[in-house]
Design a protein around this ligand. Structure first.
Ligand code: ATP
Ligand code: MG
Length: 571
């Protein structure tokens, strides 16, 4: 492909809202253009990469035994009502306005309902199971704040796969195959990824994994141990209980006047104590019943974990009216001392606190010198907080926190959807059973951006070989020299004949300008053909991101490049 025949409008300007490198570089390298908030056009160069990623994903899905189909982005809301996810999706779901001739239609944020509807229509016997269906389709999600370029958009490409299994053992096998396929996909895309334990589904155990790319551009956090034996999403992370501090003499319980001071920061500032010396008292309603949760002042409550501990479906902070009724005080002065007739769950870290500070259940007052066992009892201890730096893994190794991007998710769903939608089959004994399901998603655009996040420098992108828009770029200097253009064209044609993607920069421009663009768009292998080199009998070969330039005879370059690509794919 010749540059002059190809739309590659590299831009000098960086968009003002580009806060992450991949966003900035994708715009500047002419890979994409924002059309609306959270919706991007992929320009020819960018679309080549997206298509390469798509091809890798499709190959690995097929290899893992997936069967491809295509489901509509337009879906009836009625299917979502069957699983009650119309409510759970809330504002994220893009709903089309009703018209006289069409009502209750949404644009799919995902396809569990549609695929389950298809399977219940066609699958009725164990003989048809297991099956894994997949598609590569545009998803729509009205993300509140689409940002970071294509890392989070309102319209994006997802590969979503769904396994339908007769029993749990079969699900485990389908899950294992998908997990392995995901690892292969990221490896082939050149992405440094970490598979982490994620929020588990109804089946429990290791029922869900997220695939993360560690980068500052990420919005998620993972925790892991240095030796890599443990890695988890921060929401899911297990950690060692905190030890009790060395015995300190118990202070007297004292009531102190803290007028208008109701936050941890206000009170710790006023009383000159550390947030870690305070007990945070949070009052929730879980499925309608009041529950009080206690965490240390410097810790954050992990609501999903509290919800799971309680076995509740719905969990929300109580209203001020309920809080006042439970504590007898204004909001901000709750504490565990003197609470009656209410379920209290204390985080493990609270159970080892000494001489704590907490609300007095009396407006404008706090208590100091609060001690478990003497001033209040803990009937129920659980892990209900997020891990923080300083926490240790169960093995005792320190936990490391890293910012990351989720690029994929595999999940054992169990019978959640088949129960709700009555997707049943007859087993060997003629007994009707719900199909057991798994779901597996990968964001294709996110892979592209994550690859750039993990591989770029100040000058531009450094593409991994398999997903680069082109594998080789030939920079022809002195384009008005016949010999230069003839050699460049020859190398170009020879590479193309071997199925190697090659871009020939044939623009009549200064070398410095062309090299700058070459660095920006980041094609991994660069061949420079110039008059001076040809007079010496050489062209130059350089790898993007490496410093050394190799001089090589024009008739040896093609073979050499083939060797480099071969080696890359063997590793
Ligand atoms: P997130 O927590 O980042 O919103 P999610 O948990 O909603 O992701 P899934 O529903 O599991 O994501 O979707 C599967 C994959 O689709 C994700 O791993 C991610 O790669 C991609 N994805 C999800 N939301 C977006 C988005 N708004 N823009 C681009 N890709 C997305
Ligand atoms: Mg999301």
């Amino acid at each position: 492909m010749k540059w002059t025949r190809y739309l590659i409008p590299t831009a000098k300007e960086t968009p003002a809202d580009a806060v992450v490198p991949s966003h900035r570089l994708m715009i500047r390298a002419g890979l994409m253009r924002q059309i609306a908030a959270g919706a991007y056009a992929y320009l020819p160069l960018g679309y080549r990469t997206l298509q390469k990623i798509e091809a890798i994903v499709r190959e690995e899905m097929d290899r893992a035994g997936g069967v491809e189909l295509h489901m509509p982005a337009m879906q009836p809301l009625d299917l979502w009502k069957e699983t009650k996810r119309d409510e759970a999706m809330g504002d994220t779901m893009v709903r089309l306005a009703d018209k006289p001739f069409r009502r209750n239609t949404v644009l799919g944020p995902t396809h569990e309902e549609v695929v389950t509807d298809i399977v219940r229509a066609y699958v009725n016997s164990y003989k048809q199971l297991p099956i894994t269906l997949y598609q590569i389709q545009t998803k729509f999600r009205d993300e509140e704040r689409p940002k970071s370029g294509v890392l989070r958009t309102r319209e994006f490409l997802m590969k979503d796969a769904y396994s339908f299994n007769p029993d749990k053992a079969s699900l485990d096998e389908s899950y294992r195959r998908m997990y392995q396929a995901y690892c292969r996909i990221y490896e082939r895309c050149g992405l440094p990824y970490v598979a982490v334990e994620a929020e588990s589904g109804p089946i429990g155990g290791d029922a869900s994994h997220e695939f993360m790319v560690v980068t500052d551009a990420g919005e998620d956090y993972l925790v892991r141990t240095e030796d890599g034996t443990y890695a988890a999403n921060v929401e899911r992370a297990e950690f060692a209980p905190l030890p009790a501090p060395a015995d300190a003499p118990a202070q007297d319980l004292k009531e102190v006047h803290t007028p208008g001071l109701s936050t941890i920061d206000d009170v710790s500032g006023f009383l000159k104590c550390a947030p870690a010396d305070m007990i945070k008292t949070l009052i929730y309603e879980a499925d309608g019943a009041v529950v009080v949760a206690l965490v240390r002042g410097d810790h954050e409550i992990n609501e999903p974990r509290l919800r799971r501990h309680l076995g509740a479906n719905a969990l929300a902070l109580a209203t001020p009216a309920v809080i006042e009724k439970v504590t007898g005080a204004a909001v901000g002065f709750a504490g565990p001392v003197g609470l009656k007739d209410v379920r209290v769950v204390a985080d493990q870290a609270v159970s080892v606190m000494r001489n704590a500070v907490t609300g007095a259940n009396k407006t404008d007052y706090h208590l100091t010198g609060v001690n478990v066992g003497r001033d209040f009892n803990i009937a129920e201890t659980a892990d209900i907080r997020y891990a923080v730096p300083g926490d240790k893994a169960a093995s005792g190794a320190p936990l490391i926190f890293e910012k990351c991007i989720e690029v994929g998710h595999v999940f054992k769903l169990g019978s959640k959807y088949s129960d709700a939608m009555k997707a049943h089959f007859l087993d060997e004994n003629g007994k009707s059973k719900p199909v057991i399901m798994g779901c597996y998603g990968i964001g294709l655009n996110r892979i592209m951006a994550a690859a750039i996040e993990s591989s770029h420098d100040d000058a531009g992108i450094i593409w991994p070989i398999n997903i680069a828009p082109f594998t080789v770029e030939i920079v022809a200097l002195d384009v008005r020299e016949e010999k230069v253009m003839a050699t460049a064209q020859q190398i170009h044609d020879a590479l193309e004949a071997r199925g190697i993607d090659v871009l020939l920069d044939d623009r009549d421009a200064r070398p410095g300008f062309k090299f700058k663009d070459a660095d920006l768009i980041g094609i991994p292998l660069r061949v420079t053909v110039g008059k001076r080199g040809l007079d010496e009998g050489i062209v130059e070969f350089k790898r993007r991101g490496a410093d050394d330039v190799q001089k090589i005879a024009p008739d040896k370059i093609v073979e050499m490049i083939e060797g480099v690509i071969d080696r890359e794919n063997r590793n």
